[in-house]
Design a protein around this ligand. Sequence first.
Ligand code: PHE
Length: 442
Amino acid sequence: MKSREQWGSRLGFVLAAAGSAVGLGNIWKFPYMTGQNGGGAFLIIYLFFVFTIGLSVMLAEFAIGRAAQRNPIGAFAVLKGKAWPLVGAIGMIAGFLILSFYSVVAGWTIAYIVKMASGTLVGDADALGAAFGSFISDPVEPILYHALFMGLTVAVVLGGVHDGIERACKVLMPMLFVLLIVLIIRAVTLPGAEKGLAFFLMPDFSKISADMFNAALSQAFFSLSIGMGAMITYGSYLNRHENLGKSALWVTSLDSIVAVLAGLLILPAVFAFGFDPAAGPGLTFITLPAVFAQMPGGVFFGILFFLLLTVAALTSAVSLMQPIIAYFSDEKGWNPKVSAVFFGIVIFVLGIPSSLSLGIWSDFHIIGEKGFLDSVDYITSNLMMPIGGIMTSLFVGWVVADKMKDEATNNNEKKFKFLNGWLFICRFLAPLGISWVLISGL
Ligand code: PHE
């Protein structure tokens, strides 16, 4: 086998994995899911899933990837074979599907950079809501931005793991962080914002339902980029010396911090401007322009924000594509550049019905009342990724546990206090807990 690319440093790896985790899931999806699922109680269940099942599955993926030094399908094949590579294959298909609609939404963020700059995002809450609605339902404009975003994703993948992904993450992640803090200061000092803070931070446990558990679990998988092989792939570019447990803890913590910050930004603003917290996928795009309008230099901050959000989405999109590229390069000897362009086009085409499902195709329902985009989101986040998580946990906990113990402790060189706790979660808590949530969701 030819020698594989490697991350430049521990920090580079953690930032790249955090770059995969932090994206639209945190800033677009998390606030509206929290809004739809009752606020503070959702936050607590979400964080519980993240730091038990989520953290364990992430560590499991890092360990599988580093042990095998392969793409997800190859990794299961090298470590065990039999039917296990199927888990990697399902994950790669999930990556395909997720990226197809992810890129559509990321296209909206690019469009919003342009709209902020050209001063078309003005007016009151109703006007901003109407502007968003008419933009996403247009049959042409959002698809052009979707094409642009896929083009950018392919360009970063062409730059290679080290130069492209790692370098972008090192600079832009800290910038996004600082900007979020600045914007939160504005949002929480708006008159009426305290109601939003209370909604987000004071749990009302009477609202707890099976749906809420289901939503929190699928959001945890989506936001942490786990259950579909992205973290196996990133782990495969890791050298033998890194401490996997610590890295996984860093990535889950950073991801959760950004989600909570996004909640602190969006939800107070939602209440201050009298929007409906359960409004759904438009929430972030409608609320933020209203916040920018209320601050000095709002246009500047608006442009900067949507720019950084686009980059955060880009570093996630790259990780959705990388398993596919790695598979065809490791196993089939394809030139990664050729496959990046080829699959970029395939995924772009797959995203078109998602975009149209918000406008001219809104009458087509695939699952229940859900249109194409919502259905693809549902199948991947609520089914494929959690099932991937069950299989990954079982694999690490029961099938290759000894090898994975060595991997997590670097052959007993490093102390890993939670080794037994981790194995317990992989063996019992994750498979049973996820199954329970999935079954009660149906
Ligand atoms: N975690 C990313 C986000 O929150 C999305 C993603 C999912 C990326 C799965 C890779 C794999 O935006």
